[in-house]
Design a protein. Structure first.
Length: 133
């Protein structure tokens, strides 16, 4: 299963102020996990499928502990391949402790991003390889 060490950082506030808290809000942790599954797709399905071709359909998360600024390890497990959708299991750990467990379902979408599109034979084959990592 692919693992990515990624930084958890704050963005400036809307008025441009820097955030000094060491606590990371849930949405930044979720954004980091989205970067991880996107990297898994982009690096393992190169030439046949891009993360940008997928839209999020469903997300569930359980936070087991607070998440802090700093490095995080995100494990990406492609759990299910459907006709047009994928289910990822993600685990975010910090300092060797599990902090967040997330399930994300994404679907391949058409250029208008309004309808799902079935995976091609080539895409399905690349996804099968990713699921075995």
């Amino acid at each position: 299963m692919p693992c990515y060490e990624l930084p958890l950082t704050h963005r400036p506030t809307r008025d441009g102020q820097q955030v000094t808290s060491t606590h990371v809000p849930f949405y930044l942790a979720m954004e980091t996990m989205a970067e991880a599954w996107g990297r898994a797709i982009d690096s393992n399905c190169e030439g046949v499928l891009r993360a940008g071709d997928l839209g999020v359909v469903h997300v569930t998360s359980d936070f087991g502990r607070e998440v802090f600024v700093g490095e995080a390890l995100v494990e990406v497990d492609l759990q299910q391949i459907g006709t047009a959708s994928l289910t990822f299991g993600l685990r975010l750990t910090q300092h060797g402790e599990l902090a967040v467990r997330t399930t994300v379902v994404v679907a391949q979408v058409d250029p208008t991003r309004k309808h799902s599109v079935p995976f091609s034979i080539e895409q399905h084959a690349a996804l099968e390889v990713l699921a075995k990592l």
